[in-house]
Ligand binder design. Structure first.
Ligand SMILES: [Zn+2]
Ligand SMILES: [Zn+2]
Length: 223
């Protein structure tokens, strides 16, 4: 891309935008909302704050990602559950936008045992399921603040030239560069203390369904 100054080009990362179709897919499908794959010996995950069933926000089948990113985040199903209950305001009280919040659950399961046959429980603010049927690969670059942190100093003039078309994608995406809303805040892995990297940036569901969050992305990081 000619638009991008040479000093920035080395920071290009591939990111993948989900293409969806309406409706729930198979139990092991990649999807937003809908029915997660659960082990037959477990219950639907509940919020550690209010005890209500949490909503499946995202299930990613790591075995069937776009080919160029296959295996990058391991195998199995990555699942994000999120409490959307408003009477206890779990989102604010648990600071759900932070990693490891009590009103969220991020995990990877290996769906090689018998699955739990369960109906979707009553969940406040439940949004209709969408299956992720394919991925569109794009080029993604760090946001301006992160560029500065990476030691790149663009002149105002250089920045003016690229700003409008600068490929830093703020919506739902797999991999790529996180779009920070309030400053750069990479979490560290609680086990090895290494800085975590972006797996998935989830934006659209939150913006559409939970007004208080307005524009805050929930972001999944991996060790
Ligand atoms: Zn809750
Ligand atoms: Zn770690």
């Amino acid at each position: 891309m000619d638009l991008i100054p040479a000093s920035i080009r080395p920071f290009m990362r591939a990111a993948f935008l989900p293409k969806v179709s309406e409706g729930d897919g198979a139990l092991k499908a990649s999807k937003f909302s809908g029915k997660p794959w659960l082990n037959k010996n477990e219950h639907w995950p509940v919020c550690q704050h209010c005890g209500k069933p949490m909503q499946l926000f995202l299930q990613l089948n790591l075995n069937s990602l776009a080919e160029s990113i296959q295996g990058e985040f391991g195998t199995g199903l990555l699942q994000l559950f999120y409490c959307t209950s408003t009477d206890t305001d779990c989102e604010a009280e648990c600071e759900a936008w932070l990693p490891f919040a009590k009103s969220t659950l991020v995990r990877v399961v290996q769906p090689d045992t018998e699955a739990l046959d369960i109906e979707i429980p009553d969940i406040e603010n439940y949004f209709p399921p969408k299956e992720i049927v394919s991925w569109e690969e794009i080029q993604d670059y760090p946001g301006s603040e992160e560029l500065t942190e990476l030691g790149i100093d663009l002149t105002d003039n250089e920045w003016d030239n690229i700003e409008l078309e600068y490929p830093h994608y703020s919506g739902d995406k797999l991999s790529g560069w996180p779009c920070w809303v309030q400053g750069i805040e990479y979490p560290n892995c609680p086990v090895c203390n290494q800085r975590m990297r972006l797996v998935f940036q989830l934006d659209s569901l939150l913006e559409n369904t939970i007004s208080e969050l307005n524009g805050v992305s929930h972001t999944i990081f991996s060790p």
